[in-house]
Design a protein around this ligand. Sequence first.
Ligand SMILES: *Cc1c(COP(=O)(O)O)cnc(C)c1O
Length: 386
Amino acid sequence: MVSPQASWSARLAARAADRHARGLWRERRCHAPGATLDFAGNDYLGLARDPRLAEAQAAGAQRYGAGAGASHLVSGHLAVHEALEARLAELVGRPRALLFSTGYMANLGTLQALCDGHTEVFQDRLNHASLLDGAALAGARSRRFHHGDRRDLERLLGRAPADALKLVVSDGVFSMDGDVADVAGLAESSARHGAWLMIDDAHGLGVLGDHGDGCVGRAQGVAAVPILVGTLGKALGTGGAFVAGSPALIEHLIQFARPYVYTTAQPPGVAAATLAALDILAAEPERRARLNAHVARFRAEAARLDLPLAPSPTPIQPLVLGDSERVMRWATRLREAGLLVGAIREPTVPRGQARLRITLSAAHSERDLERLLEALAQLQGEEPSP
Ligand SMILES: *Cc1c(COP(=O)(O)O)cnc(C)c1O
């Protein structure tokens, strides 16, 4: 590390050199939709480029303006935001929902508004960065339990002071692994220790559940899961996020969540597009059916090829290759073949677990899937997995 006396330029140069030396340098690439086959994004239902959403967005902008013009508590809270909140609450079977500009901010705001230095926060080790950052913003310490391990969670819960307020926090679908949290089990453990449970269902909403209401949704009520976060930039194809729960929770967030209070309300056209996405989610269940069929086919054929696929029932299908150089090699070869997949390395995942994060979408055709499998088969032939 750089000494505190060194100049800023020396500090930046040293950190860049370190990241390069470890093979972890990240680069953005301009993505031209249509030019490559996208197996990296989170547009699970193929809604992001649905022309009906673009039309709704344009109409929303015409009616309300391109931007909201102010924060929700000043003059930026518009009828379209209000209508969207009602629809989201209805989708997940909760009394109320509160719209945030991004999922990152929903998690920051919720944890910051609820917790402080005396709150005990328990987080799954594989939780999304925004959940850890939210607890840090609140000045609360996060105790991290082994992934999906209720026994470890209960051990930590049992050690906390009896009179402390406790909050258990978990992803619904884990974003880099694709596995689904045992929400009923987490709810039981939380209840036994008098803790509240917060589930971030960013990747489950729109994909899981009988109505696309996610891994929590209507199946688990407010009593079991008092705090539910959903994001709108993934399966719903737009952007933004919401927190759903009791009226008291929502009012508390409106009062105290700084990432809610001190930011401009979401552009109204985006909210209008999300309303259109919710209409399509309800009217076209065949999108979810098609997505699930893709997942089943991909898994069956990948097993035949002996590919080291993680056990995931969701459209997130990680191919755990181990070292980051191998991951970069495979990702580059796939890109040269016109196939875009995520190359995920530390610090996003633990060292030695670098992976290709392959995501499937209802927008893919059978032929798209075949192209991906053919390319993977060729790579596996050249460089068999140990
Ligand atoms: C993507 C994601 C977020 C952040 O949502 P944005 O709307 O993209 O800011 C939060 N939590 C999880 C689990 C995510 O995967």
